[in-house]
Structure formats: structure tokens, C-alpha cells
Design a protein around this ligand. Structure first.
Ligand code: AMP
Length: 222
């Protein structure tokens, strides 16, 4: 089963993709994570992407399409994948269709996660993760039980993303509305667009996503 999770920054795509990954053996493909790894490695793509990401703008379609095409051809995607953060433009959606056709694959569902803009800003500006185990926290909604100590693993170092400042989040949201939201009619016309309430609790969002998926395939992979 191959899915797209589509939504603005902070909609919960990464969180839900991880749950779908562990629950159903699908592979989460986060283009944001891939780009951050490229920045850390100092590769050519990373060097080109850094300034664009810090400004809340989009990396070029050609780079992103190539990155995803190489990734979905890997053996760990054979069971199915969840695209998290891709496609972000109509050109990327068209590029995705072409590559899926070349590889004999198809999309089963595109799940739109809707969240109110002001709620998103708090979610994104407040979020941080444990540097050891990746557990997620938030200054406004979910602090560790003991200050400075991860509830899950006891780690004491935490990471914040460089682009999670209020200024960059506002720019990323504008980019989403201007360049990514126009993808929605594209998938609506294909008849595979589903919508869930990204403001609901994490468990409820997961339940709604599961209910959107083709039940026959979902049962087979679970
Ligand atoms: P994310 O982790 O999905 O919020 O992505 C972080 C940043 O990486 C975005 O704000 C963009 O600058 C860049 N990025 C991630 N995915 C894409 C994509 N599909 N197309 C263009 N830029 C992307």
C-alpha cells in the first residue's frame, strides 16, 4: 500500500507516518528528514538546500523528484511507503505519477490532514525531540514529566529544528498555501483524496487515517 500524507508543517504527518510505519510495515519517506541528513553530511544537495530550508521556501522540483525516485526503488519500500512532505507542488505530483508508472506502482490514498494555522504555529515553534530516542515534546502541550529528562529513555539532550522559528514557520505556511494546496484538486480529480481532522488527538487522527485506507489491503498487511 502506497500513501501520501499531505498537510501543512506541524499537521502531524511525521508522527502519524511513524505510527503507520510501525503498525503496518510501511516505510516512511520524509523528504524533510532526507534533506536534513544531506545538510548534516554537507553533500551537494545539502549545500544547495540549507538556505532554501532556512527561508521556509521549497527545494527545486528536479532535486526532489530525483531523490524520491531513487528512494522508492529501494528494497525496503517493497511492502509500501508513506510519503511525508512529498509532493509539495503540482510538478512534483506529476513527476511522482510518471515515476510510479515507470516502476509499475500505484497510489492507494492521499490523506489530507487539516489543521488551523494559528494552532500549527504553536505546535511547530514549541516542538522538540529527545536527541537519543526521538520522542517528541512541546513547550506548550507536552513537556517531559521531569524537566530536562526524556520520559521514554532518560536522555538529557534535546533537538530543535533550525527552521522551527516563528518567522520561518509563517513563511513555510505561506509556501504551503501558495504551492502545495493546489495539489489537492489534482488528487481529488483522481478520486483518491481523503481528509482527516488534524486537530483531533493523535489516537483519533490515526483512527481516521486507518479508516481512509483501502480496507482490503490494510487488513492484509496488518
Ligand atoms: P519538512 O520536514 O517536511 O517540514 O521539510 C522541511 C523543509 O525541507 C521544507 O520547508 C522545504 O524547505 C524542504 N522540503 C522538504 N520536502 C520538500 C519537497 N517535497 N519539495 C521542496 N522542498 C522540500
Amino acid at each position: 500500500m502506497n500513501l501520501i500524507l499531505l498537510g501543512p508543517p506541524g499537521a502531524g504527518k511525521g508522527t502519524q507516518a511513524k505510527r503507520l510505519e510501525s503498525g503496518f510495515g510501511l516505510k516512511q519517506l520524509s523528504t524533510g528528514d532526507m534533506l536534513r541528513a544531506a545538510v548534516r553530511e554537507g553533500s551537494d544537495v545539502g549545500l544547495q538546500a540549507k538556505a532554501v530550508m532556512d527561508a521556509g521556501k521549497l527545494v527545486s522540483d528536479a532535486i526532489m523528484i530525483k531523490m524520491i525516485e531513487e528512494r522508492i526503488a529501494q528494497p525496503d519500500c517493497r511492502n509500501g511507503f508513506i510519503l511525508d512532505g512529498f509532493p509539495r507542488t503540482v510538478a512534483q505530483a506529476e513527476g511522482l505519477d510518471e515515476m510510479l508508472e515507470r516502476q509499475g506502482l500505484e497510489l492507494d490514498a492521499v490523506v489530507q490532514m487539516s489543521v488551523d494555522d494559528e494552532a500549527l504555529i504553536k505546535r511547530v515553534v514549541g516542538r522538540f525531540t529527545c536527541a537519543s530516542c526521538g520522542a517528541g515534546y512541546n513547550d506548550y502541550f507536552h513537556l517531559p514529566k521531569v524537566e530536562g529528562v526524556c520520559d521514554d529513555c532518560g536522555g538529557t539532550r534535546f533537538d530543535r529544528r533550525a527552521d522551527d522559528t516563528e518567522e520561518t514557520v509563517r513563511s513555510r505556511l505561506k509556501t504551503f498555501h501558495d504551492q502545495t494546496a493546489p495539489i489537492l484538486p489534482y488528487y481529488q480529480d483522481m478520486g483518491i483524496l481523503k481528509s482527516v481532522d488534524g486537530m483531533a488527538s493523535m489516537d483519533e487522527v490515526f483512527r481516521q487515517i486507518a479508516a481512509c485506507l483501502p480496507q482490503e489491503k490494510f487488513a492484509r498487511q496488518s
